[in-house]
Ligand binder design. Structure first.
Ligand code: FES
Length: 141
């Protein structure tokens, strides 16, 4: 199996079996809704902080396989990280989906599957929608 095929499998697996899907609507969660103006798809992310640590992330929305799977991957990768660690990973993710090279890209774990998105600029908004919602949610805390 080549790397591209592995990445495709990661994306399809998270699309079919999304992690942390469904909103809890509870106190203590910061909720942020964003939509992709180019297609109308939308994503809502809820973030619960415990001090400086991302204790929980929930996500729900409607979108293409890239958008919905990326929300699932994001929620898994960033849960348990500090705000600072998570912010660095989000920036790293933005870099790889736009084709920039980054140090220690393995830190992105399954999110590396979206590297190929850089060849399809129209899909960058799909891949980053949930990550932008997360980023805004922790900034507004
Ligand atoms: Fe709408 Fe991807 S086509 S988010």
């Amino acid at each position: 199996m080549d790397l591209q095929e592995l990445y495709r499998m990661v994306i399809m697996d998270h699309y079919k079996n999304p992690h942390n899907k469904g909103l809890v609507d509870l106190d203590g969660y910061k909720k942020l809704h964003l939509n992709n103006p180019s297609c109308g798809d939308d994503m809502t992310v809820e973030v619960k902080l415990n001090g400086d640590v991302i204790e929980d992330i929930r996500q729900d929305g409607h979108g293409c396989s890239i958008c919905c799977s990326s929300a699932s991957v994001m929620s898994e990768l960033l849960k348990g990280k500090t705000k600072e660690e998570a912010t660095k990973l989000v920036e790293k993710f933005y870099a790889i989906v736009t084709g920039a090279s980054v140090d220690n890209e393995d830190e992105l774990e399954e999110a590396l599957a979206y590297k190929g998105v850089s060849q399809f600029p129209a899909r960058v908004k799909c891949a980053t929608l949930a990550w932008k919602a997360f980023e805004r949610a922790i900034k507004e805390e």
